[in-house]
Design a protein around this ligand. Sequence first.
Ligand code: SF4
Ligand code: SF4
Length: 389
Amino acid sequence: MEEIATGSIVTTADETNPAAAAPQCARAPVGLLAELTHRCPLQCPYCSNPLELTRVAQELTAAQWQDVMRQAGDLGVLQLHLSGGEPCVRQDLEQILDAAVTAGLYTNLITSGVTLTRERLEGLAKRGLDHVQLSIQDVDPANAERISGYKGGAAKKHEVVKWIKELGLPLTLNAVVHRHNIASLPAMIDYAVEMGAGRLEVAHTQYYAWALKNRAALIPTREQFLDTVRYVEEARERLKGILVFDFVVHDHYAVRPKPCMGGWGKSLVTITPSGNVLPCHAAETITWLKHDNIKERELGDIWLNGAAFNAYRGTSWMKEPCRSCDRREIDYGGCRCQALAMTGDPAATDPTCDKSPHHAAFKGLALKEAYEPSPAFLYRRMGAGVAAD
Ligand code: SF4
Ligand code: SF4
């Protein structure tokens, strides 16, 4: 997702501590990630959905999502990312899209493509869908299907890519890279060019949820990581004006963190299939935060005043070394969920940063696991996460 400057700056109340200095945020988020469902026919071991996947009976209805779209439009949200799971498994996707188009949102469908028909895609385009982001696991069909746990997926995705271009929809391809497909990155770049994608997102795995369970199977060696940096830098130069790259580096081999979601509660909001409104899609891992639900509170009120949004908004919550660091308003101390996972404290410095006392151990994990044989994947399946160790 891209960060786009937006909106006026307003002062908000901190309902957890009204006496505290009020943090600042934009009047509205730039982007809304709508996770319409956790259902998905694929089983990617790097999936960022939670281990306990939401069941269909708990999903927001089409009418509730339509109300979300109305609220988002009224608030001034610009971009809507229709995601999941696989959003196309919802037969009411068209009704939700209609409400988003009416609300004036720029609509991006994030899909694996495997359940789409040409007729349905054409219908979505006619209703006003603005953009499609399609995931690929590899250009080698057998390996792609092994990674996703879905037979026939690679051929179907190839068909869908052709339909997207025939229908004139802008296309981003998304490739999560890890030790089981990293050698194919040059071929994936060639494929993106050949198929007319405007953008290629090359994302090293972010280790939350299923990806964290599969870290030892996914983590690349330092040499493999450096190869991806070289490939992307070379291709970015060579393909200027043809293909735009988004490159997400591997945290374990970095020395400075990325600004989590462009800053916690700064520009993006996520709504889960059951309606929880989150500052980041992994925020429910911070289990003691109170996450408001869209069925009980308006989106604008949650954005400005929700306890979870204000918990790590701005910089006043920071501890040292972030508190006195001159990068604190650049990276906002990195990722709260990764800080929690590695240190037990979501207010700690992201261990990606070499100023964190946990950085050496964080890097050491990669240097140990990446050079050992890969364990088998724990595939993302309903119920599998509960039983996993
Ligand atoms: S990462 Fe894979 S399993 Fe998870 S939602 Fe996307 S396509 Fe489905
Ligand atoms: S100390 Fe904190 S603010 Fe400074 S670079 Fe590291 S993570 Fe960023």
